[in-house]
Ligand binder design. Sequence first.
Ligand code: AR6
Length: 211
Amino acid sequence: MMKPETCDRCGKPGAKRLGEQWLCADCYFEGNSCCGEFGGNDRSLPIQVVHGDITRQEVDAIVNAANRTLLGGGGVDGAIHRAAGPRLLAACVPLGGCKTGEAKLTPGFRLPAKYVIHTVGPVWKGGGKSEADLLASCYKRCLEIARDHDEIQSIAFPCISTGVYHFPKEEAAEIAVKTVIEFLQRHGKQLDVTFCCFSDADAEWYRRILC
Ligand code: AR6
């Protein structure tokens, strides 16, 4: 059967499957998810969305969407290791891997960022294996590491788990935004947070959630 890719409400093409429905972004966000739902439309929070390569971000720490070995891989992990140089792998070896939902810190070596916070997102298995909680935990643990480190005032996140780990992008973006907003509202430390999206479509989705 052909996948229906038109919006169930307005019939526009380019809809995404969101739960039971196929919706275009306009209908999805109409009176639906925006950051109001995630703790208030607080424009004073230092959150930005950029479309770009995280290895080029001039922030104190970038987050790596790694795997449990922490010994490198493809996607953003491969890009970060290539840009940081071989000393990054040498710094990862003694860390002894990392559990899903946890995070560990290394220097950034040749990166513009001083530090890399390596986290391991969940592999999407349909949603019934605590994937949402584990993804939220990734964002929270990275933010805690940043909060507790004097030299980290700014942090950039990629869209963790949404590549080869296949977490649905829209749901992942909502979890990312919700977790960051809750954290920034709860903790006093001023921390600039960037969502660094590799595709314009991902960036647009974050911008709409943060509207
Ligand atoms: N800058 C920013 N975002 C990027 C970049 C980049 N240079 N390159 C890719 N992305 P993925 P995962 C985006 O697959 O799903 C690795 O092999 C990409 O478009 O890198 O968490 C690890 O070793 C997507 O939106 O990470 C693990 O084995 C997002 O980064 C596994 O992949 C995440 O895609 C982790 O899978």
